[in-house]
Design a protein. Structure first.
Lengths: 321, 555
């Protein structure tokens, strides 16, 4: 917690913090045993076989004994290491796999501040309020250099890249206020690019969302952008003759591209097709859409993508916007 | 020295002009040139480290401004890695010792060897100028797009210096490989070689094969920054993570370029002061190659949270755990070498024992970071800083100083005061642990690296670290002083002050320009301590002055 003074160990405030710490403690035990073992042998040999001591120094030159010793101290560490590897990989997959029902918060990093947007549309800067006990998935992008969202109490960290979404998730288990750091060096004020995470009871979180004037949720804001940019002139409902492909039911679908390749319409693809539409053209259409690289902000891109996702995925294309 | 005939003058005094040093083709003199050069670089990097620790004694930015702080840690990293650690043991001790240890009169390409030193000087001029006058604020890792697009500092001159210095490293490695293959004395088979030679050979392979990748990477950044090529900048469809792959494809092997030579020095010292053949000679030797080979396929463990796929991260983690094995094998075998030895504790041995302890901690904490599940929390925190300083400073610098103290009588012909030297070895060991052990705890608490200001709860451990650093700095100042003192006032060194085995100890201290009057014929392995036990140091007059004996012939 932020107001606590000096401590030896970070608090555990997420669902997987304890899982990470168990492995940490296990490795401390193993490392201590190995280091102490070496220390004991070094000290013991140093004393017993110090120059001129009366210790017996008859050396065995039995090749088989030497081989047995070597094989032993290769094999035992090998099996321990493989065990640690499997354990650690299991934790890593837990950290890398957000639950499907996670609440998505959009994160934009720029030199040297953090911008967050909640599903309700509420935005905040350098502070992130989240409900206790609910999985939260951060969808992150940078406007300039590489940053990194790191919350030590959650044991959670991931780089935030320019031009490419990255994701991380957590489920907070302790209410309170926690440090958020930028962990990837990003220039002059890197060490000031930090914030606070506030974990609130779900009721308090709902109350907190209402403490500002209501803002459009990203999908609604994206729909307005879609209209104001006249995207619908070319992207119409399915079955209607148009210059561009219909976007209804697109998200998550496998799209046939010009040239025979296919591509799953994920967030990265939607983003690329808005910014640089000529890179991957849908089969049967011409590359006539103008690029909007540099013309839409990351916030607007987030909104547009949220809108496109709200048009449904494969199998639910009859759902109207 | 007067006992020698004119044609067999010491390499140090055979000629005395400045140009005889600056145009020398003698591998030993070139080794001295490297020694002087990298001592200057170490001092520059060390002063930067002191400024960093001074700033971090308080949580606010009071001693340095953030821009200056960022330039200072960049200076520290760039100088220490590219201009001290990488050339340290190979270029100084390797140059001096490889021909002496294998019974040759010089390296295979003496002119190329001198050219390599000049390349280092030219490269370092660019970089030192850039980091001192104006500064560079990207960190030694030069991550894009910060370095290629956003930083307004002298990135390209600094990188150009590293580019040029890379060729020095490549050519030195090439020279060692050819020399070790072609110029071993008759009878000096591969399995009779000192383990130092095995380690230098494995290092040289990495220098030759991995360094070109960083050269290509720097060229790509250059093309992006000045010629508008879209390679790494996402605004033009480039991929910033590609830079990290290329960078670590060199820089992870570079970590082994830095530590492997140190792992070559340690068995030399332990075998000598234990009067024992190294336990598991073949295992120590081959583990150098295992480290060199596995070391080229683990670069992705620097990028567990950087946006590579989870599957790639898993594979890199598995490979990283495999590279831990040969390092463990080395530590176990060094320790076992002491078993049933005749152990004494002169200065080089203290450094070697310090190395075992600190490298063990450095290696074991690598297991934490090689685990992706833990690394998510620890990546880019002070845990990483502590880990690599345990390997690089606790390991490599201890090995370098141990090696300098071990071969100093051979290099200079003088003994240093052993009491002062032991005291400083202990100071360095204690100061080092006080400096860097608290950083493990800081890292797990969550303090990110490269932070100019930090949260107050982190202060206690930072103050401990800064206090330890002042002890460490004192420890480094001592050898600088008494080693210089020994050049004039130190006792004259006999040919073999430690009673060590190996061809370099069969020639006078300091050696003649020609090294060997007649090329020796080798009939035994490098560490034949047990079959011809050694009673004590040879007095200078007992050393054959004009003939080079077979290693066992003097007994």
């Amino acid at each position: 917690m932020v107001d606590q003074g000096f401590s030896w160990f970070p608090e555990q405030a997420s669902s997987f913090a304890a899982h990470v710490d168990y492995l940490y403690f296990f490795l401390i035990v193993i490392s201590t045993l190995v280091a102490l073992g070496i220390l004991v042998f070094v000290v013991y040999f140093s004393v017993k076989y110090r120059r001129g001591s009366a210790a017996d120094r008859t050396v065995s030159h039995n090749h088989m004994v030497h081989m047995a010793i070597e094989v032993t101290w290769i094999a035992i560490p090998f099996f321990i290491l493989m065990g640690v590897f499997v354990w650690s990989a299991a934790i890593f997959y837990e950290l890398e796999t957000p639950p499907v029902d996670a609440m998505e918060v959009a994160v934009i990093g720029k030199q040297w501040m953090w911008k967050f947007q909640h599903p309700s549309g509420r935005r905040e800067i350098n502070e992130l309020h989240v409900p206790l006990g609910r999985s939260v998935k951060l969808k992150m992008i940078s406007e300039d250099v590489i940053h990194d969202v790191y919350v030590p109490a959650f044991r959670m960290k991931h780089d935030v890249l320019p031009g490419q979404f990255t994701y991380e998730w957590f489920r907070a288990t302790q209410p309170g206020e926690y440090y958020l750091f930028c962990a990837e060096y990003c220039g002059t004020d890197h060490s000031l690019m930090k914030g606070r995470v506030f974990v609130l009871d779900p009721g308090e979180y709902e109350e907190w969302l209402k403490t500002t004037a209501p803002q459009d949720p990203p999908a609604v804001a994206g729909g307005k952008l879609f209209d104001s940019h006249s995207c619908a002139n070319c992207h119409k409902d399915p079955g209607v003759e148009a210059k561009g492909p219909s976007l209804v039911g697109l998200f998550g679908k496998r799209v046939k591209l010009d040239g025979g390749r296919t591509q799953v319409a994920d967030e990265a693809y939607l983003r690329e097709s808005i910014l640089r539409p000529a890179t991957k053209v849908v089969a049967g259409y011409k590359p006539i859409m103008p690029p909007s690289e540099g013309l839409v902000s990351e916030e607007e891109l987030n909104d547009l993508i949220a809108y496109l996702k709200s048009l449904g995925g494969p199998g639910e294309s009859e759902a109207k916007p | 020295m007067t006992a020698h005939a004119d044609s067999k003058l010491s390499y140090l005094t055979s000629t005395r002009t400045i140009s005889s040093w600056l145009l020398t083709l003698d591998h030993k003199r070139i080794g001295i040139l490297y020694l002087l050069t990298i001592t200057v670089f170490f001092a520059i990097g060390g002063i930067a480290a002191s400024m960093i620790r001074l700033e971090l004694a308080t949580p606010v930015g009071d001693f340095l401004q953030s821009e200056t702080y960022n330039k200072t840690f960049t200076l520290h990293g760039v100088m220490m890695i590219f201009f001290f650690l990488i050339p340290s043991i190979p270029a100084v001790l390797g140059n001096f010792l490889v021909p002496l240890m294998i019974g040759a009169r010089d390296l295979a390409f003496p002119r190329l060897n001198l050219f390599s030193w000049y390349l280092l000087i030219v490269g370092a001029s660019f970089t030192v100028w850039a980091v001192l006058w104006g500064g560079v604020d990207t960190g030694w890792t030069f991550y894009v797009p910060y370095s290629s697009v956003y930083s307004n500092t002298l990135v390209m001159p600094a990188a150009m210096g590293i580019f040029i210095t890379g060729f020095s490293s490549i050519l030195t490695g090439l020279n060692f490989i050819v020399t070790i293959h072609r110029m071993r004395a008759p009878g000096l088979t591969w399995f009779r070689l000192p383990l130092f030679i095995w380690a230098i050979y494995a290092t040289s392979l990495l220098q030759v094969l991995a360094t070109p990748v960083v050269a290509v990477t720097i060229l790509l950044v250059f093309m992006e920054r000045f010629m508008g090529f879209a390679i790494f900048d996402p605004k033009n469809g480039g991929d910033p993570v590609l830079f990290q792959h290329l960078f670590w494809f060199y820089s992870h092997p570079a970590v082994y370029i830095m530590i492997l030579p140190g792992m070559g020095v340690i068995p030399e010292i332990i075998a000598c002061f234990s009067r024992k053949r190294p336990f598991g000679y073949e295992f120590i030797g081959f583990s150098s190659f295992a480290i060199a080979i596995y070391g080229t396929v683990v670069w992705g463990h620097h990028m567990f949270v950087a946006g590579q796929s989870a599957y790639a991260a898993t594979v890199f983690s598995l490979l990283s755990y495999l590279v831990a094995l040969p390092s463990a094998v080395k530590v176990f075998n060094w320790t076992a070498t002491m078993h049933k030895g005749q152990i004494s504790f002169e200065t080089p041995m203290l450094y070697a024992l310090g190395f075992i302890g600190l490298f063990t901690i450095g290696g074991l904490t690598g297991l934490f970071l090689g685990s992706p599940g833990l690394d998510v929390h620890m990546h880019d925190t002070y845990f990483v800083v502590a880990h690599f300083h345990y390997v690089m400073v606790g390991g490599m610098v201890m090995a370098y100083l141990g090696g300098i103290h071990f071969w100093w009588p051979k290099i200079t012909g003088r003994m240093y005061p052993d009491g002062w030297a032991r005291l400083s070895a202990i100071l360095i060991f204690v100061g080092f642990n006080f400096t860097f052990f608290p950083q493990f705890i800081l890292g797990y608490l969550g303090m990110p690296r490269r932070y100019h200001v930090y949260e107050e709860p982190f202060q206690v451990l930072n103050v401990m670290s800064s206090a330890g650093a002042s002890v460490l700095a004192l420890g480094y100042a001592f050898p600088l002083t008494y080693l210089l003192w020994s050049l004039k006032y130190g006792a004259v060194a006999p040919a073999n002050p430690w009673g060590a085995k190996g061809l370099e100890w069969t020639v006078p201290s300091p050696p003649t320009t020609m090294n060997f009057d007649t090329i020796p014929i080798v009939t035994e392995e490098a560490y034949n301590y047990e079959e011809s036990p050694f009673e004590g140091p040879l007095a200078p007059e007992k050393v054959p002055s004009h003939t080079v004996a077979l290693p066992h012939a003097s007994h």
